[in-house]
Design a protein around this ligand. Sequence first.
Ligand code: SF4
Ligand code: SF4
Ligand code: SF4
Length: 216
Amino acid sequence: MVDRIDEILPQTQCEKCGYAGCRPYAEALVKGDDINKCPPGGNETILALSKLLSTPYLALNPKHEKITTQKVAYIIEDQCIGCMKCIKVCPMDAIVGAPKLMHTVITDDCSGCDLCIDPCPVDCIIMREVKNEDTVSVSSQTISAELNQSYRWRSLHAKRQTRLANEAIKNTNKETTIKEASFSRTNARKEIKDAIGRTLQKRKIAQDIKLNRHNP
Ligand code: SF4
Ligand code: SF4
Ligand code: SF4
């Protein structure tokens, strides 16, 4: 059921429903949360959820800001200080840039979630209304542009999740290697210390024997 609900949700991953993305909201819906918390989906999504979950229609909850126009992020590049804070939060990996260098938004990949706005320390990201030339080209005749777009966002988000998971595994491996190296260093130190201890002990015994011989 979670998969079927997730299919209906718009996949902007904007977190405006109060959850950390569309799938967590889908999981909450299975547990009985209200169907009227997704502003990008609007009425259409609420109706589809109501049908799928056999639950009464509810108007969009006013606590969840209504979205009337589709927007994309735009970076005022000469003001960007290259801090990378926006890259870290973008659910679509739609921002490119290197540390301390200008960043830019790949308009076609931006879902308009606006999650990058708040973290920018110099307020150089603005949301602009989508113009015709900004929209993703729709190749299929059989599915709607909206569906095409949500598939695209789903796949961009999945790609990002995979990248983050791989990076986490790499970091864990790195940490394990560091821990192992430090463990071996500690062990080596302990072995040297023990060996010195043993040598000193032997010397002392030898000395005692010598003294005993001289002073019986
Ligand atoms: S599109 Fe945004 S508000 Fe709607 S379910 Fe996804 S994350 Fe939540
Ligand atoms: S660039 Fe900003 S608005 Fe666009 S998807 Fe990324 S975080 Fe969201
Ligand atoms: S958060 Fe703002 S200043 Fe930092 S890299 Fe992104 S656009 Fe540039």
